[in-house]
Write a protein that binds this ligand. Structure first.
Ligand code: SF4
Ligand code: SF4
Length: 91
């Protein structure tokens, strides 16, 4: 019996991505956002605020599939309301 060569129809899928915003002076460097980001795209930046705390920054590696997926978890978990997400959509 010959295998079917029928190709399933493909569909373009729009993927949600996020852009982070940090209110630097509110950050206390607790690192909760970094530790609990499900895609591990946040890290401590070299930049410190006036109190000396290093604020998080977004470091994506799209080629490895590590991107912000705009889940909003960092925004929810931050005890200082210092980080928020703006969703963007890739075409
Ligand atoms: S929105 Fe989600 S994926 Fe994006 S940085 Fe925050 S926790 Fe990570
Ligand atoms: S959770 Fe909030 S306070 Fe803690 S490191 Fe992240 S932005 Fe700063």
């Amino acid at each position: 019996m010959q295998a079917s060569s029928k190709v399933l129809p493909s569909q373009r899928v729009k993927v949600s991505r996020g852009e982070i915003h940090v209110i630097k002076e509110r950050c206390k460097q607790c690192n909760l956002c970094i530790d609990f980001c499900p895609t591990q795209v946040l890290r401590e930046s070299d930049e410190a605020n006036e109190k000396g705390y290093h604020v998080p920054e977004l470091v994506e590696e799209p080629e490895k599939g590590n991107t912000c997926v705009a889940c909003g978890f960092c925004q929810v978990i931050c005890p200082e309301y210092a980080i928020w997400i703006e969703a963007r959509r890739d075409e």
